[in-house]
Design a protein around this ligand. Structure first.
Ligand code: NAD
Ligand SMILES: O=C(O)C(=O)C[C@@H](O)[C@H](O)[C@H](O)COP(=O)(O)O
Ligand code: ZN
Length: 357
């Protein structure tokens, strides 16, 4: 079992445990008076629900799979489920699934009775390396990714790499993108490992490689979140590398069509290319694209079925949450392992770059 304590609400930390589900849950002081509320999706519940139910009795509400669950309608249905069982304010809700289940459940938990604990039990690589930790919760609205949300750190995170054995290749790819993001932002050694042997091991469902990747990513995420839980100072914003382009890709394709991780992979390559175009970096974009291709990640709009649609990205990019006072802000790279926030990016230059794609 890998044990990490991650900064949560001011002055508090929560447990992140990477290891067997039963041992991880045994480290939490779960109430036993009645079954716990659990939010999941039908696929993950069919595959692994019995394992959770054998450890902790649960009363489960199912969301549709993937991005389709991150809507007002399902937020309302989830809150109706909690209200109907008279969920108490101190009773934890279990989010059992990928990032979509985690984001929706986290938001429902933040709102229900003004805040109730959520235990994240992530079941995808993406959710284990990234979304279950850090307390960002959201639904999509008005066609925009994560438009409505709250910061609500989990009460605990239990990530069991054994659950990843049933993930299909496309979902592993999406998770690999958010994993390699940590290397590109600030850890060259992790990047080199992932694009050489690590990425292939993760694709082969190697549990030791998964545990190493999850622990490294979670430690890195904790270091960006520490002191900037609500994404205000620019430190945490580095975790958004590839996301301004990526969220725009998800939006123009139709939310749920291109997976978040796929869009972020392409977004990171575009961020590397734009970093060069802006004179911040040299000779990284082709290397990043080649490294990504070698581990099966998409690298271009063409790969997402969006060839020739570069200019369409500008409008959604102008709606990104990082933009302030009318200024466009992007996470760019000086080098592999050296990300920074570029402020006051000229719209005309960004537009020209997008048109050239
Ligand atoms: N809050 C954050 O910090 C944060 C970070 C990154 C991503 N996100 C969000 O997370 C979402 C993407 O998450 P995701 O990639 O986990 O996708 P997802 O939650 O949509 O799940 C992907 C699919 O995998 C299936 N699945 C889940 N676990 C499985 C398993 N063990 N075996 C087989 N199939 C399984 C699900 O049924 C689903 O169809 C996006 O909405 C993204 O915006 C949030
Ligand atoms: O935790 C963070 O901070 C991140 O930016 C992690 C991202 O991987 C994640 O996709 C996040 O939900 C994006 O947030 P947003 O603020 O751009 O909606
Ligand atoms: Zn992301």
């Amino acid at each position: 079992m890998i044990r990490l304590d991650v900064p949560g609400k001011p002055g508090a930390t929560y447990k992140v445990r990477v290891g067997a589900l039963d041992s991880g849950l045994a480290e939490l002081d779960l109430p036993t008076a009645r079954p716990l509320a659990c939010i999941s999706d039908p696929h993950i519940w069919d595959l692994h629900g019995d394992k959770l139910a054998a450890i902790a009795p649960v009363d489960t509400h199912l969301l549709p799979r993937g991005e389709a669950g991150k809507t007002w309608e399902h937020l309302q249905a989830t809150i109706a489920f909690l209200a109907a069982r008279n969920q108490q304010r101190d009773e934890p809700i279990i989010a059992f699934g990928g990032g979509a289940v985690g984001d929706l459940t986290g938001l429902a938990a933040a709102l229900y009775r003004r805040g109730t604990p959520v235990i994240q039990v992530p079941t995808t690589l993406l959710a284990q390396v990234d979304s279950s930790v850090g307390g960002k919760t959201a639904i999509d609205a008005e066609g925009q990714k994560n438009l409505v949300g709250a910061f609500h750190p989990p009460a605990a995170v239990i990530a069991d790499p054994a659950l990843l054995a049933t993930l299909d290749e496309r979902e592993v790819t999406a998770g690999l993108a958010e994993t390699v993001k940590y290397g590109l932002i600030g850890d060259r050694k992790f990047y080199d490992w992932l694009v050489s042997e690590g990425g292939k091991s993760l694709r082969d469902h190697n549990a030791d490689a998964a545990a190493r990747a999850i622990a490294t990513a979670v430690e890195a995420k904790a270091s960006y979140v520490r002191g900037d839980l609500e994404d205000r100072t620019g430190r945490r914003a580095l975790l958004n590398l590839g996301h301004t382009f990526g969220h725009a890709i998800e939006s123009i394709a139709g939310l749920g069509t291109v997976l978040h991780g796929e869009a972020v992979a392409i977004g990171m390559v575009l961020a590397a290319r734009f970093s060069e175009a802006q004179g911040h970096a040299s000779d990284i974009a082709e290397k990043v694209a080649a490294d990504f291709r070698a581990i099966g990640l998409p690298t271009s709009l063409d790969d997402a079925g969006l060839a020739g649609r570069g200019s369409d990205l500008l409008d959604p990019m102008l709606h990104d949450k990082k933009n302030e006072r009318g200024e466009i802000r992007l996470i760019l790279l000086r080098d592999i392992g050296d990300a920074f926030m570029a402020t006051d990016v000229a719209e005309a230059e960004l537009g020209g770059f997008l048109r050239s794609l």
